[in-house]
Design a protein around this ligand. Sequence first.
Ligand SMILES: [Cu+2]
Length: 147
Amino acid sequence: MKPLLFALSLVGAAAALAAAQAGPAGVQVLRPWSRPAVEGTNAIGYMVLANRGRRVDVLEKVESPVAASVEMHESAMAGGVMSMKPVQMVSAPPGGQVTFGPGAYHLMFIGVKRTLKAGDQVPATLSFASGARLKVSFAVTSGLPPT
Ligand SMILES: [Cu+2]
């Protein structure tokens, strides 16, 4: 391989690596956390999606080796009762933040394969419409959420 081509391929590899970590549109995941849950039940996932880029990006899929499946849910108050419904995607506007928290969007880890205790980590992969895939660890806490 010629030196110039080799250098170009290195640049390409570095760019691909940066894209894998931050996403082409620059979505970052802040303060991912979860609550203790017993094996076989559903666990919760909270975080903030911060889009540092200039283009909207859309969270389309979440996977975790610790859960049978992962759903995105939206909580809503209706007639004084809190309910939740699955959503297929969540948009992160450029320069903005989307909060996954109590009473708002959240992840549901359906059928966790082991009991999650305070101090554990729940690994997950977030896939975006831009092609970005972010690996995230949700910190299980029984106390106050991270700030
Ligand atoms: Cu839910």
